[in-house]
Ligand binder design. Structure first.
Ligand code: PLP
Length: 392
């Protein structure tokens, strides 16, 4: 059975060019980049090249890129790095951040830092006035995401950055979901730190980066060891992963010009789904959204039931329900948007990628309609069947 992968916000397939570099580095470049001999120097060159490619994707300079083990570590480095460097103070974030922002904030709270978590409206957007009101003389850092992984909703990081900079506070943004999907240049946004992850843009898992603006205060390094990454992140570099990350950023930069393809694929899918299935609702701001993400609720049916039904038909998606998050709690993102529990439990996230074809999404829409119809009960079932019958 051919699989149809519609879960690109969870992870993406490694691009063939990236795979080629990773395997050839692992095979042919065994040197430690810190070694002085030629084998070490040649590994160092690979990292330097990747640093340029990653920097170029976001318009940064190579010296502003700190390689990490992924988006999680980049977020931890930003939050813990600033806070522990200052020893005490106030941090502002939001209720809809990734766990790799929320959990370090919780840790900092337990160490005595004060954390404010901004609410979002029903579209998933932060209130800029509330942000401004929140900033105090002891605020060290504001950490607000660029794009939400569950809904694709974009925050206005340009306006946020302006507000934050005016108060002389540092601004970090988690751009793991937006980088490579929409244009993002650090010189256009007043941002001091920005997190990236390779595996969300067709690189390998276990590698990422933190952009750290030139002239930023020294960070406390949660991973201290050797003097790699100018002592901001100790440990022998993941040379192959980093080289692949560089290539992935170069490819993403090329793909950016054709981002419309991705949104038209998604919108085509939504059109088919809403034609075939009654009682479908979109969650999140449609105006300010990633081109590849679609979060839908299906009235009268459990998201988890749909996920399993789709999986058996070879279609990979994810849900915002309590069950699949493993936490026993429904999606905090949709909850913060004020969406009722039963609707959250009926939600499915579809996230598209470069390899998806029109044929695939047409097939997926049809299978989805059948799966919904099969699993709906009561009045919804009748509605579903009628609509499906009419369309066939
Ligand atoms: C995936 C993701 C992360 C974590 O990145 P990893 O490289 O998997 O650690 C952080 N933030 C967002 C928004 C993500 O989607």
């Amino acid at each position: 059975m051919d699989k149809i992968y519609l879960d690109h916000n969870a992870t993406t397939p490694v691009a063939p060019e990236v795979l080629h570099i990773i395997t050839s580095v692992l095979r042919d470049q065994m040197g430690n980049p810190s070694s002085v001999h030629s084998m070490g120097r040649s590994a160092r060159v690979l990292i330097d090249e990747a640093r340029e490619q990653v920097a170029s994707l976001i318009g940064a300079s190579p010296s502003e890129i700190v390689f990490t083990s992924g988006g999680t570590e980049a977020n931890n480095l930003a939050l813990l790095g600033v806070a522990l460097g200052a020893r005490t103070g106030h941090i502002v974030t939001s209720q809809v951040e990734h766990p790799s922002v929320l959990n370090p904030c919780r840790q900092l709270e337990s160490l005595g830092f004060v954390v404010d978590r901004l609410r979002v409206d029903e579209l998933g957007r932060i209130d800029l006035q509330a942000l401004e009101n929140c900033l105090t003389a002891s605020t060290l850092l504001v950490s607000l995401q660029h794009a939400n992984s569950e809904t694709g909703v974009l925050q206005d990081i340009e306006k946020i950055g302006k507000i934050v900079r005016k108060k002389g506070v540092l601004f970090h943004t988690d751009a793991v979901q937006s980088a490579g999907k929409i244009p993002l240049q650090v010189q256009d946004v007043p941002v001091d730190m920005l997190s990236l992850s390779a595996h969300k843009l067709n690189g390998a898992k276990g590698v990422g980066a933190l952009y750290l603006k030139k002239g930023s205060p020294d960070l406390f390094s949660p991973l201290s060891g050797g003097s790699q990454e100018k002592k901001r992140r100790g440990g022998t570099e993941n040379v192959a992963g980093i080289a692949g990350f560089g290539k992935a950023c170069e490819l993403a930069q090329k793909h950016l010009v054709s981002q419309k393809c991705l949104s038209s694929l998604r919108d085509h899918f939504y059109q088919l789904v809403s034609d075939l299935i009654p009682g479908v609702e979109i969650f999140g701001d449609l105006e300010n959204r990633l081109p590849n993400t679609l979060n839908l609720g299906f009235e009268g049916v459990e998201g988890d039931t749909l996920l399993i039904g789709l999986d058996m038909a070879g279609i990979a998606v994810s849900t915002g329900s309590a069950c699949s998050s493993g936490s026993g709690l429904p999606s905090p993102v949709l909850t913060a948007m004020g969406i009722p529990y039963d609707k959250i439990n009926s939600s499915i996230r579809f996230s598209f990628g470069w390899s998806n074809t029109t044929a695939e999404i047409e097939k997926a829409a049809k299978i989805l309609a059948e799966t919904v119809s099969l699993n709906r009960t009561g009045t919804f079932a009748d509605m579903s069947n009628k609509k499906l019958m009419k369309s066939l």
